[in-house]
Design a protein around this ligand. Structure first.
Ligand code: DCT
Ligand code: MG
Length: 404
């Protein structure tokens, strides 16, 4: 019972805000007039971005373009489309005329052209071209496998492979332990995690963690904390209030799951954090926390019993009554918890812009461990996310408004 739940009544409060926003937008004509484009910040951390996206037609198109550039490792163009997508997601109205985007930041020539095409034609030939592109289609499939990134996709594509089935059939390929699990549970993992599944896993994680550390704080982060009702995984942050740290906690938790037959895959990364070190941007890792990338076996409560008995009677294979779910567990020291929470809540673009804002506007370095003031040469302590925004001189943005 001492097991605490961090966070707030996201659901009811968020629903209320969405309702208000919807009402506001029924007056979108008025809203449009009072909207001042030149006052929109280029940083998503200075905007509010709920899941109520009035410009999905455009943002979906931008995201395809961004992904294609990501596959081509063209970071600049990729980011240009991600920023534009994020900006249009924050607009309180649907863009219907070129006039609507006048004066907005993050709209370069490529983006403008695409918007124009979609307004005029209803769709974009460039996006269609990408969606039909052989390389894009192959990379899209390959990267949908857990453990497969752009580098591996590149290698497989050069070998002439084009589909997940072709990769699976090629027995000469040397797969990592992660990729093997990725293929083994492929169907479950691509099918996305629902909010109900996230809640069920959340209970399991909290119960297990609190059986070892009763005072531990276990918080769901990532997309689910931002109010999304689906995700590709479930992210958890775990901390223990007070000075005591337990390096063994993650091992104890995963060992127990292994014994219970619930652990389908697990990779524990030990902490690489050095206290004296300045905040540093690492290319390959988000942070230095001890963490675990796991695949859990979640038994499905709504199994149709009659189907089970029927298939047994008929000598058929038993109906699978579980689903493989990707779970990330991250352990943080208590004093770094607000910074870790801010980073792991995302969105990815929101986090990028927070760090860019800190560096360019405040001469500060922000990462998942802390905030360093380069002028004062001190680390700024924070007891909550609100305090981090305050250190940065930013208005607080609620988790469900960080869907940039
Ligand atoms: N994150 C980040 N940089 C990365 C990966 C993750 O800043 N390279 C942060 C942002 C979100 C959080 O960690 C969790 O990551 P994901 O699970 O990838 O994102 P998500 O928003 O939870 O999306 P999804 O719903 O697909 O899980
Ligand atoms: Mg996630």
């Amino acid at each position: 019972t001492a097991c605490m739940e961090a966070g707030r009544p996201v659901d009811s409060e968020m629903k209320y805000r969405l309702m208000v926003r919807q009402l506001q937008c029924e007056y979108s004509g008025i809203q449009n007039e009072s909207f001042i484009a030149t006052k929109v910040s280029q940083y998503s951390c200075q905007r509010k971005t709920t899941l109520n996206n009035y410009n999905k037609k455009f943002t979906d198109a931008f995201e395809v373009m961004a992904e294609n550039y990501e596959f081509k490792e063209n970071e600049i163009f990729c980011l240009e489309f991600l920023r534009a997508s994020s900006l249009l997601k924050s607009l309180p109205f649907s863009v219907t005329r070129m006039k609507d985007i006048q004066g907005l930041p993050c709209v370069g020539d490529q983006v403008r052209d695409l918007i124009e095409e979609i307004i005029e034609e209803g769709e974009s030939s460039k996006v269609k071209e990408v969606l039909n592109d052989e390389r894009y289609k192959a990379f899209k499939q390959f990267t949908s496998v857990f453990g497969v990134g752009v580098k591996t996709s590149e290698k497989w594509y050069r070998m002439g492979l084009r589909t997940v089935e072709e990769v699976k059939a090629d027995k000469t390929l040397k797969l990592s332990k992660m990729q093997k699990a990725g293929f083994l549970y492929y169907e479950d993992l691509v099918s996305c995690v629902s909010k109900a599944e996230a809640d069920a896993v959340s209970l399991i994680v909290k119960n297990t963690v609190c059986s070892f550390l009763p005072d531990a704080l276990v918080t769901i982060t990532g997309g689910f904390r931002r109010g999304k009702n689906i995700g590709h995984d479930i992210d958890f942050l775990i901390t223990n209030p007070g000075p005591r740290e337990d390096d063994e906690l993650l091992h104890k938790v995963t060992d127990l799951w292994k014994k219970q037959g619930l652990l389908l895959y697990c990779d524990i990364i030990e902490s690489t954090f050095v206290k004296e070190q300045l905040p540093s941007r690492q290319v390959d890792a988000m942070d230095h926390f001890q963490k675990c990338f796991a695949i859990l076996k979640l038994y499905q409560p709504r199994v149709d019993n009659s189907t089970c008995t029927m298939s047994k009677k008929l000598g058929m294979a038993e109906v699978k009554d579980w689903k493989a779910i990707r779970v990330d567990l991250v352990i943080t020291p208590f004093e770094q918890y607000p910074y870790a929470l801010l980073g792991w809540t995302g969105s990815r673009q929101f986090g990028r812009d927070l760090r860019r804002y800190a560096a360019h506007e405040r001469k500060m370095i922000l990462d998942n461990h802390g905030l360093y003031d380069r002028r004062k040469r001190i680390f700024l302590k924070a007891g909550s996310e609100e305090e981090i925004f305050a250190h940065l001189g930013l208005d607080y943005v609620e988790p469900w408004e960080r869907n940039a």
